[in-house]
Structures are given as structure tokens and as C-alpha cells.
Design a binder for this molecule. Sequence first.
Ligand code: GRF
Length: 241
Amino acid sequence: MARRFGRTGRRDGRLRLTAKPQQGRTAVLISGSGSNLQALIDAVSAQTVALDIAVVFSNKPEAYGLQRAAAAGIACEVIDNTAFQSREAYDAAVADCLLAYQPDCLMLAGFMRILSAEFVARFAGRIINIHPSLLPAYPGLDTHQRVLDAGDPIHGCTVHFVTAELDGGPAIIRGTVPVLANDDAVRLAARVLDVEHQIYPLAASLLAEGRIRCDGDEVFLDDARLQSPIEFVDGHTTPAI
Ligand code: GRF
């Protein structure tokens, strides 16, 4: 298979991502429930996303998402991270495992691992992640409670390209939800997750069709640089996609 992307280089001492995926052969990485994986599976099944989920990978053997993948007839791979001494050794094993499936891109869907710089470099510009906050606000864990504690009126989720910086890569699309007066972290998380299930297939579609790419810190949609991430509100995107 021709490699159409994945070139890397250095500019100003920083990793430069210049990928333009043009095929939808994908590895989805999970650690848990896999509801975002299910949203992708459903979108593929409904033929709204031209994705070919070649493999679902988990670092946890008990991840429920593996059952979702098996039920959909998708190959599953598990490498338990607890058996490895170092992050680098584990990530090298994961990369070798995934490369056997020749993925065009990797989609992190609740993959609860920090990726080593070496791993990210091997798949530079070909990894996207979904995070439950309006990045750059609230990287890391416990985002819903942190939003409530801060009294923010708006919350949401972000799909972004993955760099070595945790939850720090250039954002592709953000979906917003209002924070309601009677919200607790569970209710708020459920509404955000519902939006996640809408924007991750959208981002997957853009990636699979080669419409989105990143170059350094910048994201290009149909070869036009995005001044800001695509915004998803009440089922509509700005700009329209
Ligand atoms: C989602 O909230 C996602 O944003 C975060 O982890 C959660 C995974 O949920 N990265 P699921 O496994 O897809 O149900």
C-alpha cells in the first residue's frame, strides 16, 4: 500500500506534522467502555463515514469496548501494559502490533495512556483523540467536576491531533453543551458524551476523506487554514462541512 503521509521533520526545534491522510484504514485504541468506538462502528455501518476499522486495540483485557468490536466482527488486539517495565518498551510493542495492520490513522477513544514522544513520532500527524473539555481548557482528568467547580457556563469536547504534549495538539472540532443549574458531574458527562458521539464520527469522516490535515500547530480543512477549530452546536458546524 502506498504511504501517502507520515512525513516528519523539525522546524524551530519542534515536531512538524505534515500528514494528509487519504484513506480510512484505522486502528481505534481504547481502555474502557468504548462508547465512542461504538459511535464509529455505527457510523460505518450506516455508511455515513468511509472508515475501515482494521483493528481495535486495548491496553486492558477487560475493556468492554473489546466486546463491542468483536460483536462488529473487528479484529481485536490486547497488550496489557502492566507487564511492561517502561512506557517506551510498551509503546514500541503497541506500535509494532498496530503497524501489522497498516493503519492510515489511529483514533484514540478513551485510551487512558500517555503516549511516549517516540510513539507519537512514529505516527506523526496520523493520530487523533477525543477529549471531554473545550481544549485548551481542562486538559487531563476529572474535566466535568473541574468545570462545575469553576462555575463555567459552557462545557464540551474536542477532537484534536495528538502531539507529545498531553491533550495539547491542534484542535479539529469542538462541540459545546451548556452547563445547567442542576448539573452534577455525572449528568454533565452524559450530555458531553452524547456530543462526543456526534463529533468523533464527523472528524473521522474528514480524516478518512483526506479533507483535514495538520501542519505544525495549524489545521487545514480542504487546504484552507482553520483560524479556529470547527464549532459544533446543536447538530450544526461552523464552518459547514
Ligand atoms: C470519553 O469521555 C473520551 O472523551 C475520553 O474518555 C472517554 C471514553 O469513553 N477520552 P468511551 O470509552 O468512549 O465510552
